[in-house]
Design a protein around this ligand. Structure first.
Ligand SMILES: *[C@@H]1O[C@H](CO)[C@@H](O)[C@H](O)[C@H]1NC(C)=O
Ligand SMILES: *[C@@H]1O[C@H](CO)[C@@H](O)[C@H](O)[C@H]1NC(C)=O
Ligand SMILES: *[C@@H]1O[C@H](CO)[C@@H](O)[C@H](O)[C@H]1NC(C)=O
Ligand SMILES: *[C@@H]1O[C@H](CO)[C@@H](O)[C@H](O)[C@H]1NC(C)=O
Ligand SMILES: *[C@@H]1O[C@H](CO)[C@@H](O)[C@H](O)[C@H]1NC(C)=O
Ligand SMILES: *[C@@H]1O[C@H](CO)[C@@H](O)[C@H](O)[C@H]1NC(C)=O
Length: 376
């Protein structure tokens, strides 16, 4: 902006922006765009090699044809800084999309691409149940990263044993390794967690700090980095819980739209609040107040911005009894034959949808059953 016209230049000087500064900005922006373009090309090559059908579908070749690389085309000379910022933003979205497509297509498990739509879901019969002994008689949670950043982090499994006196997260390289009880590492969080509502998202774990109103982000890559935020209406005790109690006062969720926190409002009879959370700052971007209380549902998960609540934690014949759609603000009660759900056991301690692999993750404590259910 500081390159054109005398009055604009005067403005720039007034605001302390020098010519060379803006030229430097432009240079580093071009460099950033070039980096993104190189990564897109590389990811595109992998996709072409390993997932040819998906490669056709993503339209990456079209993108690469329509956007010449920085330096390969003189057209970048005339690009304004606004256009450049837009190109960078588009390129980073394209890269994120390609990376997720690639991870999805090459994961070591059967990936359920049927569930990527946002219509009324069906919870299929379980695609895999196994008994994991450490979860037997201990209310536990397990999960994969909901938005992994590379293939090995996509395959990893994280196990959280217990619900209030524990802080040791056990990491396995794969489900197979977990079945053999062959862990890679145990990571101690700086605080005990509350309940079983944690999620692993982009190499970090989000959890409620036990016996406080605080939520915490802990970065597994950078084990000192941490953010902690106090949530005014979260219960720091054992009141606004799911019916089995266990300090389940908060339930993080990740869906196609990002990170959410579902919790019973301590100032409003434990009625569930759905809060959209910024994953970097833990700020609440927006929240929705429902009229159903945490004690009257079995558990919940989010998909496509819709909250799905099961009827019970202890029935073998379960179903989704309630939905709240944050897209429209509408809530609905569903009959037992609407979205049925057949758990393998009777004491469901956690339930979470993973948008990366399209599976619902489930744990119960009677036999230590762990299971996944494809959502289609
Ligand atoms: C996806 O849907 C198709 C057609 O309904 C079905 O044959 C296939 O098994 C489904 N895949 C998974 C992983 O559920
Ligand atoms: C799911 O399991 C029930 C029995 O538990 C069976 O009757 C039904 O056919 C199964 N559905 C599918 C799609 O496999
Ligand atoms: C994948 O990501 C994990 C977590 O960030 C990291 O520890 C690991 O080194 C990465 N692996 C590769 C092959 O990049
Ligand atoms: C699984 O591994 C953990 C930690 O290594 C150990 O404490 C536990 O006894 C093992 N459980 C079984 C059933 O082998
Ligand atoms: C890792 O933690 C250090 C110290 O808290 C911080 O300065 C740095 O920015 C962090 N890096 C990342 C990638 O979060
Ligand atoms: C919790 O309930 C109180 C009392 O009704 C209300 O003022 C507050 O806005 C609610 N919090 C949220 C996040 O909805």
């Amino acid at each position: 902006m500081c390159l054109f016209g005398r009055s604009a230049l005067a403005l720039c000087i007034l605001f302390g922006v020098g010519l060379s500064h803006s030229q430097q900005d432009r240079f580093s922006n071009l460099l950033e765009l070039l980096k993104l373009q190189v990564q897109i090309e590389k990811t595109g090559d992998f996709l072409r090699r390993d997932c040819p059908t998906l490669f056709q579908q993503t339209g990456v070749s079209r993108y690469l044809r329509s956007e010449p690389r920085v330096g390969q085309s003189p057209s970048y000379n005339g690009v304004t800084s606004e256009e450049l910022a837009l190109k960078i933003s588009l390129a980073s979205h394209t890269l994120e999309f390609l990376t997720q497509s690639y991870l999805r297509c090459t994961a070591d498990q059967q990936i359920n691409t049927n569930g990527t739509g946002c219509g009324m879901p069906t919870i299929e019969n379980s695609s895999g149940v196994f008994q994991y002994n450490p979860a037997n008689s201990r209310q536990s949670a397990w999960m994969r990263d909901s938005q992994p950043t590379n293939q090995s982090s996509a395959n990893r499994v994280w196990f959280f044993r217990g619900f209030v006196r524990d802080n040791a997260v056990i990491m396995f390289d794969s489900v197979e390794a977990m079945k053999r009880n062959h862990s890679r590492e145990t990571i101690r969080l700086p605080y005990n967690w509350a309940g079983t509502g944690h999620v692993v998202y982009r190499d970090s774990v989000y959890f409620q700090r036990a016996l406080t109103k605080n939520i915490v982000k802990f970065d597994f890559k950078n084990r000192t980095a941490m953010i902690e935020a106090s949530m005014r209406d979260v219960d720091g005790g054992n009141t606004c819980t799911y019916p089995w109690r266990g300090y389940t006062t908060t339930d993080f969720a990740v869906d196609e739209y990002g990170l959410w926190l579902v919790y019973g409002n301590i100032s409003n009879n434990c009625n569930l609040v759905i809060a959209k959370i910024n994953p970097d700052t833990l700020n609440v971007e927006k929240s929705w107040a429902t009229t159903i209380s945490s004690g009257s549902v079995g558990n919940t998960f989010m998909k496509c911005g819709v909250l799905y609540a099961t009827n019970s934690y202890s029935e073998l014949s379960n179903y989704i009894r309630y939905t709240y759609d944050t897209n429209t603000g509408k809530q609905e009660s569903l009959p037992p034959n609407g979205i049925p759900f057949k758990p393998p056991g009777k004491y469901n301690t956690m339930l979470d949808y993973n948008p990366h692999d399209g599976l619902l993750y489930y744990a119960d404590m009677i036999k230590g059953n762990l299971a996944t259910f494809p959502i289609v």
